[in-house]
Write a protein that binds this ligand. Structure first.
Ligand code: 1DF
Ligand code: MN
Length: 349
């Protein structure tokens, strides 16, 4: 295999790479046509990507389900040695409960087959259906222990519900027990928050995704998820969905809320919000091939928690890899970013 990008003293492992079995887009099409999903963001985004004739939409449709020649050629052209694949957002989460449980298992089997065909190029995350928490915990166990998957993908809210609700905590229990990280990937903002974003085209990856997912992580921290599951590791993309930039203010205002007793839901935590952000979260640069926020993350969080991601096929730009190869950081931090941190966290051999 010859890479078109220069050879470098590390392997490039991309960690937020989307796929889906072809049947999933067919199911999305049917659900949308039947008006069966009460989710404005889902209907808007997938209604568009499934019907639009734009080059971007066609690229997304063509690439998502190809985990053989086309994707490998794209990875080769970009110099990506290995991709950690995850069921594209919002995965099974908008589906009716029973359908979601069945399709998560199907998608995990499909993914495991792809990894078996290309074991040096792919690893993957297990999907689950939070709609049925007990089934989700079992599927996580099956995905990691039996299929050999490397973690869990959850595409943020499930029909407007967030994982800080204790009914979902068996999912955390399973992930923590298996030492399997949970990638909390964006979803469109739910119906209660999407309208003023949608009005100006801000609901998606441009801004709404980060708002929604950053809020989801904060809800989990505030609810005490990491006091209850201290070994749990959650991965967030898009340079931490912009959260680390406001870390000082989050600590300050959280403490102020606790001290003044303003909110019933804001109870004292064992540690500061920023402590969980440094010890229970890992971060990827997905979608952000830009040195300043990556270096900022490495400075305030730690270079051992910041990993490379491309966000294929939504953001496939070969030049971004060269820009990241040129990051003005130490050789050691760069190797950790592209390879070492992902190897350690996802247990890649
Ligand atoms: C988009 C972006 C869609 C990302 C995604 O999944 C996604 C997009 C449906 O641009 O519409 O994962 N992303 O992570 O940036
Ligand atoms: Mn993504």
């Amino acid at each position: 295999m010859t890479l078109e990008t220069p050879s470098v003293p590390y392997r490039r492992i991309a960690t937020e790479e989307a796929f889906c079995p072809p049947e999933m887009l067919e199911r999305y099409r049917r659900l949308i046509e039947a008006g069966a999903v009460d989710d404005i963001g889902f209907n808007s985004m997938w209604g568009f990507y499934l019907s639009s004739d734009s080059a971007r939409s066609r690229h997304i449709r063509d690439c998502l389900s190809d985990v053989d020649d086309r994707r490998l050629a794209h990875m080769d052209a970009a110099g990506v040695d290995m991709a950690v694949l995850a069921l594209t957002s919002p995965g099974v989460q908008p589906m009716p409960k029973d359908e979601a449980v069945g399709f998560a298992a199907y998608a995990n089997d499909w993914l495991a087959d792809a990894i078996r065909r290309h074991p040096t190029r792919y690893a993957g995350l297990a999907a689950c259906a939070p709609q049925d928490t007990e089934a989700a915990a079992k599927e996580i166990e099956r995905g990691v222990s039996k299929l050999g998957l490397n973690g869990v993908i959850i595409n943020s809210h499930t029909q407007g519900e967030y994982l800080d609700d204790q009914k979902f905590w068996p999912i955390f229990e399973a992930a923590e027990a298996l030492d399997a990280p949970i990638y909390l990937h964006p979803n469109s903002p739910n119906n209660a928050m999407i309208q003023p974003l949608l009005d100006k085209g801000l609901d998606g990856a441009i801004y709404g995704f980060s708002m929604e997912t950053g809020m989801h992580v904060l809800r989990m921290i505030i609810a005490g998820v990491f006091d209850r599951f201290p070994k749990l590791q959650v991965v967030i993309g898009h340079v931490g969905e912009s959260l680390p930039f406001t870390l000082y203010r989050i600590d300050y205002m959280h403490q102020a809320s606790v001290a003044s007793g303003r909110y019933e839901a804001v109870k004292p935590l064992k540690r500061k919000p920023s402590d969980y952000m440094r010890e229970n979260l890992h971060y990827t640069n997905s979608g952000v091939a830009w040195a300043p926020p990556i270096r900022f993350l490495q400075e305030v969080i730690g270079a051992d928690r910041v990993m490379y991601a491309m966000d294929y096929p939504y953001q496939y730009n070969v030049e971004e890899v060269a820009a990241l190869d040129a990051l003005p950081i130490s050789a050691e931090d760069k190797a950790a970013f592209f390879e070492g941190n992902a190897r350690r966290l996802f247990k890649l051999s």
